[in-house]
Structure formats: structure tokens, C-alpha cells
Design a protein around this ligand. Structure first.
Ligand code: ADP
Ligand code: MG
Length: 189
């Protein structure tokens, strides 16, 4: 136990960290960004889905399709790491997504990586498939988490915020953007 943890353990009333973070989470805005995507959005990304470290994406209930490093160049002007929202096309459907943009420890944090969670239950993996994405807005910075539960809860909030933010007409219309291959798309239901 660290000296601080030992100190806290001695307190008659321990700080209720769980509740505090829940309160902060509840205070997060449910819709983010302006009423229509503003520069530098929309940002177009595309590339074949890569194998990542497999570090618990599926365990966290949030698998992320990783884009190849080269495909991130268009977003390098938005170097802020963080969580973003937009649409992604996997095969025949254009669906809402949340994207985490972060520094890749494998490259000594010199390269940003983009990982996209598509809000849809897929029956199988789609490694190697060409994925296209339109990034339309910023949700929040990347945070350090002290617990897996806190991270999972925040991801759930991110997904809700993304869906709410994308439900505005000026965002929804990007589902039909020519960046996507619409010749073969099916309705997203
Ligand atoms: P990795 O580290 O290899 O990226 P993940 O645990 O993050 O492993 O799983 C990512 C893979 O899961 C994706 O490449 C894709 O093939 C598959 N997958 C299944 N459902 C989804 C989804 N809803 N969003 C993104 N990827 C998904
Ligand atoms: Mg992943």
C-alpha cells in the first residue's frame, strides 16, 4: 500500500471516490460540439483494419478497429489526442462510431493511432477489410483511469454522447457523404 493509500485507509470517513466520479460523469454534456461540423471537421480516414495488441477491447465490451498508421496523416493537423465521434463504413453499412486517437507506446509514443468502435454488434471480425470513416467532432481528452469500471462507464457515456451528437440533421447527412462507398450500402437498421 502506498503511503497516501495507508493514510486514506486510516481516515474515519473514507472519500467516496466511486460516487465522485459518478457525479462527474453524470455532469458530462450529453451533446457536444456546434450544431454543424466546423473546421477541421469533417476529417476523412480510410485504410484496411489492422491487428492491434488485442488489449482487452473485447473484454471492455468495446472492440476497436485499428487503422493503419499511414492512414492517420489527414488527422495529424488535429494532433490533440482524445475521443472523437463520426461515422464509419464497414462493408455495406455506414454506422455511428466513436474513435480514440492516442499515442502508440509501441513507437515510443511518436505515432498517433486511431481506433474506431463502431456502434453495431458484428457477428464476426473484419480484420483486413477496408474501413472508411468521417470524423465529425471531438468528445473529450484521453484520461487516465484508476479502475476498469470507470473506463467502461466513460466509454458508455462516450457512445451515448456520440449518438446524441450525431442525431442532429447537419451531422446525420454525412452518412450519405461521397467519401463512403454508397453504391453497395444497406440501410443501417
Ligand atoms: P485489436 O487490438 O486487434 O484491435 P480489439 O479487441 O480492439 O483487438 O478488437 C478489434 C476487432 O474486433 C476489429 O478489428 C474488428 O475486426 C472486430 N470488431 C467486432 N465488432 C466491432 C465493433 N463494433 N467495432 C469495431 N471493431 C469490431
Ligand atoms: Mg483495437
Amino acid at each position: 500500500m502506498s503511503p497516501q493509500a495507508a493514510e486514506v485507509a486510516q481516515l474515519p470517513h473514507r472519500p467516496e471516490a466511486q460516487r465522485q466520479t459518478t457525479q462527474i460523469r453524470a455532469a458530462r454534456p450529453q451533446v457536444v460540439g456546434p450544431d454543424f461540423p466546423e473546421s477541421p471537421f469533417p476529417i476523412l480516414l480510410a485504410g484496411p483494419v489492422q491487428k492491434g495488441f488485442g488489449r482487452g477491447g473485447k473484454e471492455l465490451g468495446c472492440p476497436t478497429a485499428n487503422l493503419p498508421d499511414e492512414s492517420i496523416t489527414p488527422i495529424s493537423s488535429v494532433v490533440k489526442q482524445g475521443v472523437y465521434y463520426g461515422y464509419a463504413q464497414e462493408d455495406v453499412r455506414v454506422l455511428p462510431m466513436v474513435m480514440s486517437l492516442g499515442w502508440n507506446p509501441f513507437y515510443k509514443n511518436e505515432i498517433l493511432t486511431a481506433e474506431i468502435h463502431i456502434m453495431h454488434e458484428f457477428r464476426s471480425d473484419f480484420y483486413g477489410y477496408e474501413m472508411k470513416a468521417l470524423v465529425l467532432g471531438y468528445i473529450r481528452p484521453e484520461l487516465d483511469y484508476t479502475s476498469r469500471e470507470a473506463l467502461i462507464e466513460d466509454i458508455e457515456v462516450d457512445k451515448r454522447v456520440a449518438l446524441n451528437s450525431l442525431a442532429r440533421p447537419q451531422y446525420e447527412k454525412y452518412k450519405e457523404d461521397p467519401h463512403f462507398d454508397l453504391s453497395c450500402t444497406l440501410p443501417a437498421s
